[in-house]
Write a protein that binds this ligand. Sequence first.
Ligand code: ZN
Length: 113
Amino acid sequence: MPVIHACTHCGQKNRIPGKYLASTGRCGACKSPLPPIAEPIAADEALAADMAGKAVVLKVDTEKYPQLAARFNVRGIPNFVVFSGGRVVMQQPGVVNHAQMEQWLKSAAPVSV
Ligand SMILES: [Zn+2]
């Protein structure tokens, strides 16, 4: 699953294939080194893209919405909650890898694809 990574030198948007996300690449326009993608949001975006049409991946800013954090008993971040049919089917605090999240979403899906 490619992720778009903007070059910090020239601003060119480069498509990074999933298997190279952890490697240093080279900008297609100016040939400057592209450091590995470090932001956790990249993984969320990749998962969101993989789950397009099957699940919706949401990210909540718990500092902006503390009442939501309280409602789901979130004491630290990250904290993952999987909903199906409007109810919580799975919740886990801590860092979780892409494959695990994908498995949760697939197992929570009411209809298999
Ligand atoms: Zn560049």
